[in-house]
Design a protein around this ligand. Sequence first.
Ligand code: NI
Ligand code: MN
Length: 229
Amino acid sequence: MLKVVFLGHATFILETGTYRLIIDPFVRENPACPLKFEEVPKLTHVLITHGHGDHLGDAVEFAKRDGAMVICNFEISVYLTRKGVEKVHAMHIGGRYKFDFGNVKMVPALHGSGILENGEILYGGNPCGFLIEVDGKKVYHAGDTGLSIEMKLLEDEEVDLALLPIGGNYVMDVNDAVKAVELIKPKLVVPMHYGTWPVISARADKFKDYVEEKGFHCSIIKPGDSIEL
Ligand code: NI
Ligand code: MN
């Protein structure tokens, strides 16, 4: 059984018997996250889609606290190594790798990835999404992205769960996210990256209605809640 916990914004934990993966570990500064940093249980892996602060988040601190392995693009892996993170696994767009918990494929996202530090932007490589195979399920975390025809390629992957941004402004809005669902054809879709701040306000209930009109399933998870696959 795979448990998927939503911590608000784009932060999710995937839990199986042995492994606990966090994706985009934005906890301490995340106004939507119901947990304090200390309340997040011990992690085995940290996955980062891109270098923006609301995704890189507390990656360094979690990696150090738990000795967790960080999975991210090459440029961010170098940044994290310089910060003293010991276990980093660098990948890049289009690559798939077999980890102890399962396979990860790094897939394209249309976005930026610069790392803001002391008022300067450090180069963060290309942004990505992750296709994660764990416990016999395939989860697609889109990261931050605009609608892209590349998503059509995910149809062949038979995605069980797609985590898609719907908040607009920086990422897909509700209408584009519905088009993404039609390209990917996942068994279940969960909206993310909305409502954290006013600039990314979106109607998740409308998104669910539109997705279901197209014949797909959608669950809206409240921050702190979880679903099981
Ligand atoms: Ni971003
Ligand atoms: Mn973001």
